[in-house]
Design a protein around this ligand. Structure first.
Ligand code: ADP
Length: 617
């Protein structure tokens, strides 16, 4: 068996295997059309390979004539497939491509219409040529077809197309583009070699077997290399995608764990389709079972009836253009338990500013809310205790204050008794006495009423009120105590202050504390002129300000930053709670409380309260 019979079929089978592989790739990924064009090129080369073998072994003139004519068909498909292959990489001029194809089609037409084929007008004989290894092969000889030049011309046109495509790619400058530019130049070179060799054999310039299929091998190899490069790259990408997917899954698991531990529920509301996706934890938080489909109304249904409408209103308002939604609401669980949830979320819009989706987290804050509630209760209890303590300090003076009307009532009643037992008619006097008794009784009742009010541990009630009246009420209460301690109070209450929103009793408590502290501070001074407290109210332009000024000891520099702390006291019998509670109360009224030492001695305590009407009056 001679070597040509072995080598040529081997080449054909390897080319066909390659073609099949790429055909399968194309079949699986239809958009990768370069694989299809490569396969067409390879199959055409395999055809040429078979024809070559038959021609080299042929002894029949007719057979050679037939094959040399039909070889133009696979040559045309190679040309077209290579052009399409190059165009798959978005390069190569279209008009050049058409020109090459037209030339090749013309060559095919002339192949069938002129002479015996495109090479020969007439094949006169078959020549047996000895080649390497003592083998002989058949070569056709005859009169050349003048149109045969169209073959090399179309070859040159293809070369121009390929080189132009390479230059375009090279100028793109990226690594991939430049690699492809080199590949296309190589394809052009190998094409030139393979076709050129066949032409030279036919023209009779060289005596060798047809090597077109062998010399097409490098062309196919380079084409396949470029494609396999993409296949390898996508395999690598797939691998790194797999790694990223694993990483993503792990990080999702970690996040799920963290969210479960933090009792966080993640959710996403697709506003357009009104569908809410959420994690299992979120379903647990809202008391919704695992399989139920969730939409906005379903979530609203889980809310406490007092929170439902405000939440709906807030969200629909925010969807008009806000980026975030934050809120707190109560959820009623299936077993009727109440759960407090805090929500933080981000709203996304399309380019027409229509809301697309909200992504958010919900967190269980029931424990915090409960703690807040407990703290509030404790704060109230402490505030009340402090009030009772301050009033306790006043009790001596208050007893005295109450004694006066009671003594007056007593002496009036005794006088009335005397008048009634006397024989003269003193009805007018008795009438006056009874009026006095009523007045004194009213005074006593007034004092008791005021005390009861302030001692009561009622809920906070914010109402519009005039601070001046609060000051006057408190002064009535402390008046006797101040007198008893030899302290005088001057008040300068502005009539131009607006109403403030405040709780009357709590504000009284603040003033009571400040006045009692001022009283303590001035009681220590021996100088009678210094036993004075000055109370001043005014509108600062932004808030109502109340000042309690004394001429007492003042506050030491080091103590200044501590006096508002709980349990800070410089007094032997002090609790150190008064100012801390005052600050909490004023904070709750959205005001400020602070202290300053006066230039001429003593200290001033100021507090401000925002106007009921806002910043303008
Ligand atoms: P307490 O009166 O029980 O000490 P407070 O919280 O009311 O508690 O006051 C804390 C401290 O602030 C007082 O012990 C005192 O040192 C200081 N202080 C408060 N008011 C005045 C004032 N008008 N002049 C000087 N020091 C004051």
């Amino acid at each position: 068996m001679n070597w040509i019979n072995i080598v040529w079929p081997m080449i054909a089978s390897s080319i066909l295997t390659l073609a099949l592989l790429h055909l399968i790739v194309w079949f699986k990924q239809k958009q990768q059309r370069a694989h299809l064009f490569f396969s067409i090129t390879a199959i055409s080369v395999a055809f040429i390979n078979g024809m070559e073998l038959i021609v080299m072994r042929s002894v029949s003139l007719n057979e050679v004539v037939f094959l040399l004519r039909w070889v133009q068909v696979p040559l045309l498909t190679i040309w077209v497939a290579i052009i399409c292959y190059v165009r798959c990489f978005n390069t190569g001029r279209l008009w050049l491509a058409y020109m090459v194809c037209i030339l090749r089609v013309c060559a095919l037409i002339l192949d069938f219409t002129t002479g015996q084929n495109l090479f020969f007008s007439e094949i006169t004989s078959l020549k047996q040529v000895a080649i390497l290894g003592g083998e002989t092969i058949t070569i056709a000889q005859g009169v050349l077809n003048p149109w045969y030049i169209l073959g090399p011309v179309s070859m040159l046109a293809l070369l121009v197309f390929m080189i132009d495509a390479s230059i375009t790619l090279w100028h793109q400058g990226t690594d991939t583009a430049r690699r492809r530019a080199v590949i296309f130049s190589c394809i052009a070179f190998f094409l030139l070699v393979s076709v050129g060799q066949a032409v030279l054999v036919n023209v009779g310039l060289i005596h060798s077997p047809y090597l077109a299929s062998i010399s097409f091998m490098p062309t196919l190899f380079v084409m396949s290399h470029e494609l396999s490069y993409d296949v390898i790259r996508s395999a690598k990408l797939a691998q790194s995608l797999q790694i990223s997917e694993n990483e993503l899954r792990r990080s999702e698991q970690r996040m799920e764990l963290a969210m479960t531990a933090a009792e966080l529920g993640l959710w996403e509301w697709d506003i357009v389709h009104d569908h809410i996706w959420c994690t299992d934890q979120a379903r647990v938080l809202y008391g919704i079972n695992k399989t139920e489909r969730i939409d906005f109304e379903r979530v609203l249904k889980t809310l406490h009836h007092e929170d439902c409408e405000p939440t709906r209103l807030t969200i629909t308002t925010l969807l008009a253009g806000c980026d975030n939604y934050e809120g707190e609401y109560r959820v009623i669980l299936p077993d009727n338990q109440i759960r407090w949830l805090a929500v933080r979320s981000r709203i996304e819009y399309n380019h027409h500013q229509q809301p697309l989706r909200i992504i958010g987290v919900s967190i269980d804050i029931t424990k915090r809310k409960q703690a807040d509630l407990d703290m509030q209760k404790q704060r109230n209890a402490l505030t009340h205790l402090s009030r009772v303590t301050v009033l306790g300090e006043l009790s001596g003076a208050l007893a005295h204050e109450l004694n006066q009307p009671l003594a007056a009532i007593l002496s009036n009643a005794q006088a009335a008794q005397r008048f009634l037992t006397s024989e003269n008619n003193h009805l007018d006097e008795v009438h006056d006495i009874l009026q006095d008794i009523v007045d004194e009784d009213k005074r006593a009742a007034d004092i008791i009423q005021r005390l009861r009010l302030i001692l009561k541990n009622a809920d906070i009630q914010f109402r519009p009120l005039n601070v001046n009246y609060v000051v006057l009420d408190v002064l009535k209460l402390v008046n006797s105590d101040l007198k008893h301690r030899g302290v005088t109070v001057n008040s300068d209450l502005s009539s131009d202050i607006p109403l403030v929103t405040a709780d009357n009793v709590l504000l009284q408590q603040v003033l009571l504390n400040l006045i009692m502290n001022a009283c303590d501070a001035v009681s220590d001074t021996d100088c009678i002129e210094h036993r004075q407290i000055h109370i001043h109210t005014q509108w600062t332009g932004t808030a109502t300000q109340v000042a309690v000024k004394d001429y007492g000891t003042g506050i030491k520099k080091d103590d200044m930053e501590h006096i508002f702390e709980r349990f800070f006291t410089t007094k032997a019998q002090g609790m150190g709670l008064g100012l801390a509670i005052c600050r909490t109360i004023i904070d709750a009224h959205k005001g400020q409380l602070w202290a300053e030492n006066n230039n001429g001695g003593g200290a001033s305590f100021y507090f401000t309260l925002p106007s009921y009407y806002g910043e303008t009056t």
